[in-house]
Design a protein around this ligand. Structure first.
Ligand code: NAD
Length: 506
């Protein structure tokens, strides 16, 4: 086993090493079909978006340098046994910024994981947390495995071993760095992480807060599973309601009757599809890596999900047209296209073919900088990842706060609220001279449950962040990505000012 703990300086050296490695193979055919070879890698792309936004921020050049660079990275390699052979497993954790602690960001299991990807994702997490005023720095982790190649017990051993590495190197802890689910991971893996951390730190009374996205029985919060998809829905709904957006893309402004195509039917894509369907949109297409489905009248999301669970693919799904070359469906006409799979799905090869009016980036980094420019030139409206998919980290923040308080949201005040409202209602009824029906009465006095508080907090967060982004975009006449990132840079710069972590010249 080798392991490496790197400070900011060492991180730069590591990056030099990574650059000297053979170019990463973008194994999915989707990426090959979307991007040109000369397009920047993910980390460079995030840096390019940052540089553009920096021009519209108030931060000094010194502060910008500090914000842009990655604080620390951890790279570990450990052996696992598979079919009688030893396989070396590579994993990473990147802490992009510790201007606020803990660092926060998912852990993904995917065969394409590499250090530059994890660093890019951790940088996006820094900007994302600032956009939605979640008081965390940015982190991200990844293990370079295809989870489909491993049994459940092997995955458990890999997850626990990786967590042990994080514990030993102080890359995990409620006040240090808090992972969450991402591609290829979910509540099951988060449970293994929490348990391993607790075994390593039995004295830590706040141990449950070392990871978010846990099952409810392990200290999770209601609403976390669907949070990112729900946030995507709230964000798109908000942008559609802006008159300038309606004018730009010639849209009626309602989710109801809008057509939506979604790429990726995992956690984020599935839940986004559910919320759009439930609110009257027609989800006309879903794109997976092996096949896509299309129905002009709108797909039944639950039927589709059941079919995929039973058959492992969309192929053969009876209620829609099945498309064998799935990437074609990204180019179909629709009001909103939602990439919710992986990065670099819209590049210079397919950007000019996109016919959607609006692109809602549910995935991290789905549009390359070159494609971003082409789409905007073609009058498309892009709602950027650092804003649109922030619902996950927002509700992770609620889960973390719940774990630290050791108290379920609503437990202290639900009955008190109900009694106060009941007294008020009695007064109103007396004055109005008309008693309310039992149903009306129950609806009005109902005290909020945990999931209702979480939904409400998430909705408010998304609405505020969308409007802050809109204001900056309108005031400076810039696109929404640049505006969201400029706002984020200003907030981080403000928190760094006077912190002592930046050298100032007298
Ligand atoms: P997931 O693993 O649950 O789902 C990803 C889905 O995309 C899978 O169904 C997979 O088969 C599919 N997919 C993979 N390659 C594809 C391709 N080339 N074309 C079409 N489909 C493909 O992952 P997730 O948690 O839903 O994450 C999806 C994206 O959202 C990622 O970019 C992730 O970083 C981002 N994100 C996730 C969260 C979260 O809370 N889970 C939060 C913010 C951002």
């Amino acid at each position: 086993m080798t392991s490496m703990l790197a400070s900011r300086h060492v991180s730069q050296a590591i990056r030099r090493n990574v650059v000297s490695l053979p170019a990463r193979l973008h194994s999915t055919s989707a990426v090959n079909r979307a991007t040109e070879d000369h397009e920047p890698k993910f980390l460079q792309a995030v840096g390019m978006f940052f540089d553009e936004a920096a021009k519209h921020s108030n931060a000094t050049a010194e502060t910008l340098k500090h914000i842009k660079s990655t604080d620390s990275v951890l790279s570990v390699t450990f052996p696992m046994e598979k079919d009688g052979k030893t396989v070396m497993i590579r994993g990473y954790r990147s802490q992009h910024s510790r201007h606020r602690l803990p660092c926060k960001g998912g852990i993904r299991f995917a065969s394409e994981v590499d250090l530059q990807e994890v660093e890019a994702l951790s940088a996006l997490m820094t900007y994302k947390c600032a956009v939605v005023d979640v008081p965390f720095g940015g982190g991200k982790g990844g293990i370079m495995i295809n989870p489909k190649d491993w049994t459940e017990s092997e995955l458990e051993r890999i997850t626990r071993r990786f967590t042990l590495e994080l514990c030993q190197k102080n890359f995990i802890g409620p006040g240090v760095d808090v992972p969450a689910p991402d591609v290829g991971t979910g509540p099951r893996e988060m449970g293994w992480i929490a348990d391993t951390y607790r075994n390593f730190n039995p004295q830590d009374v706040n141990g449950a807060a070392c990871v978010t996205g846990k099952a409810l029985s392990l200290g999770g919060v209601r609403g976390r599973t669907e949070a990112t998809g729900l946030g995507v829905y709230y964000g798109i709904r908000e942008f559609l309601s802006f008159p300038e957006v309606q004018k730009k893309i010639n849209h009626h402004g309602q989710v109801q009757d809008s057509s939506v195509i979604i790429q990726g039917f995992g956690n984020v894509g599935y839940w986004a599809a559910k919320f759009f369907e439930a609110n009257g949109a027609r989800v006309t297409g879903i794109v997976e890596y092996d096949a896509a489905v299309y129905s002009e009248k709108g797909l039944n999301i639950e039927h589709l999900s059941q079919w995929r669970k039973e058959h492992g693919t969309f192929r053969g799904f009876p209620d829609a047209k099945v498309i064998d070359s799935p990437m074609d469906l990204l180019e179909a006409e629709c009001d909103v296209l939602i990439p919710a799979a992986l990065e670099r799905q819209i590049g210079l090869r397919n950007a000019h073919k996109i016919r959607a009016k609006m692109i809602g980036e549910a995935a991290n980094g789905p549009v390359t900088p070159g494609a971003d420019a082409v789409l905007r030139q073609n009058g498309k409206l892009i709602v950027p990842d650092l804003l649109l998919n922030a619902g996950g980290v927002c509700v992770s923040y609620f889960e973390w706060a719940k774990n630290l308080s050791h108290l379920r949201f609503g437990r202290m005040n639900k009955r008190w609220d109900e009694r106060s409202k009941e007294q008020l209602l009695n007064l109103v009824e007396g004055n109005a001279g008309r008693p309310l029906s039992e149903v009306e009465r129950r609806q009005m006095i109902h005290g909020a449950e945990e999931h209702e508080l979480v939904y409400s907090g998430l909705e408010d967060t998304m609405i505020v962040a969308c409007n802050e982004t809109r204001q900056t975009a309108n005031a400076k006449n810039i696109d929404y990505r640049t505006a969201a990132m400029a706002n984020s840079i200003n907030k981080i710069a403000a928190s760094l000012a006077g912190s002592g972590s930046i050298f100032t010249h007298a």
